[in-house]
Write a protein that binds this ligand. Structure first.
Ligand SMILES: Cc1cc2nc3c(=O)[nH]c(=O)nc-3n(C[C@H](O)[C@H](O)[C@H](O)COP(=O)(O)OP(=O)(O)OC[C@H]3O[C@@H](n4cnc5c(N)ncnc54)[C@H](O)[C@@H]3O)c2cc1C
Length: 351
């Protein structure tokens, strides 16, 4: 009776190998046609690319070297009808156990950062171009400085660069582990500030590879949202105030110290799981409803802060989702509040 089972397993395995082979063939063709320069990897475990250390594999992961490489991969994916996912540093993500189909574009190589000027000048926007728009169109006045940074620059690097150059305004990002692009998409921040407070212009690429520059006021920033849909943030100019490097460094230390007291450390997580409802912080509601320590598999509601779920070892996305659903259900029943996840849940279910 065990034989048919083994045959089904072999059949599954062969279909899987066929799909992998077809993918490799399609991507080899795209690489050839589009002359892609960046690295490509198949079946890349998303556990390695997310702060949660959870998630099935990315079917294909591509690391564009520059904007023309990014544009080429977008065009290749569009022409072949391949689904696309943009990955920053994976610190606000729950990737499902079946992984991410299509191509995951990892922006880590878009990592240039420089000071492009003080706020005295106001250069005109250049025509559509694939060249990075360093300092393009930034707003006049203020007497500080403009930092140009690409989407893959990690926030901690951006923050220390600004501090070293005596530019203040980014201190609220201390302890936020994402990259600039993800931070703009999420309008990341704390009670002390949000990305919308420092963004001056953002360069976006659409699915055809066309570049557009948006001024801060053109973007519908809100609480942990930017309204940027279907476009990739490729770089931005950030408008900062002049400050004393030593004072800025002290400010950063204070922010980090404050975080250490209220957030879990040492166990993988993805930051706050739910957005705060208007009336009361999500963590307070969850603590009052007794969720601290609530566990499914290796996923557990943090005992330090109830709005964090931590991975105690081999948690699956399905474990985290079970906790999220249990929380949403109880909060709706007991408090008549619909909680909205802040983390983004992506990918397909596992078996
Ligand atoms: C310990 C910890 C503490 C945290 N504290 C905070 C906090 O205080 N405040 C806060 O706001 N967040 C916090 N976060 C969440 C997270 O760090 C931020 O949301 C961060 O901005 C996400 O950036 P990322 O590069 O990791 O994005 P990812 O997680 O990789 O992606 C997030 C979303 O943005 C999209 N995306 C990423 N880059 C781009 C791009 N260039 N163009 C278009 N789409 C893109 C992705 O497709 C995805 O939908 C915390 C997370 C952790 C783990």
């Amino acid at each position: 009776m065990s034989k048919p089972k083994a045959q089904i397993w072999y059949l599954d395995f062969d279909i899987y190998r066929l799909v992998v082979w077809l993918n490799k063939k399609i991507w080899t063709e795209i690489f050839h046609e589009e002359k892609l320069k960046g690295d490509v990897r198949f079946d890349e475990p998303m556990t390695e690319y997310t702060s949660f250390r959870i998630g099935g594999p990315a079917e294909v992961m591509f690391f564009p070297e520059d904007l023309s490489d990014l544009r080429s991969v977008l065009r290749g994916a569009k022409r072949n009808n391949i689904q696309l996912f943009i990955l920053g540093l994976g610190t606000n993500l729950l990737v499902k156990d079946g992984g991410i189909p299509g191509v995951t574009v990892n922006l880590k190589n878009l990592n240039k950062i420089e000071i492009v000027g003080s706020q005295g000048a106001n250069p005109p926007l250049p025509p559509f171009t694939l060249a990075p728009l360093r300092g393009a169109g930034f707003t006049k006045g203020g007497g500080g400085g403009i930092i140009y940074a690409e989407a893959g620059v990690p926030l901690p690097m951006l923050l220390s660069f600004a501090a070293r150059n005596g530019l203040e305004g980014l201190e609220f990002t201390a302890g936020i582990p994402g990259a600039l692009g993800g931070a703009i998409i999420m309008n990341a921040g704390t009670k002390d500030g949000e990305m919308k407070d420092v963004v001056d212009t953002v360069t976006l690429m659409d699915s055809d590879g066309e570049i557009k520059t948006a001024k801060r006021d053109d973007i519908s920033f809100g609480y942990r949202r930017s309204g940027i849909e279907g476009m990739i943030v490729v770089n931005a100019n950030l408008k900062l105030r002049k400050g004393d490097p030593e004072v800025i460094k002290e400010g950063i230390k204070d922010h980090i110290k404050e975080r250490k007291n209220r957030e879990p450390s040492g166990l993988p997580n993805a930051g706050s799981v739910f957005k705060n409802p208007e009336s009361v912080p999500a963590g307070k509601i969850l603590e009052e409803l007794g969720f601290k320590g609530f566990r499914v598999g290796d996923a557990e509601v943090s005992r330090v802060h109830a709005n964090f779920i931590v991975n105690r070892g081999k948690a699956k996305a399905s474990d985290v989702i079970s906790i999220i659903n249990a929380i949403k259900e109880k909060v709706l029943k007991e408090r008549k509040i619909v909680l909205e996840p802040e983390i983004r849940i992506v990918g397909i279910n596992g078996n």
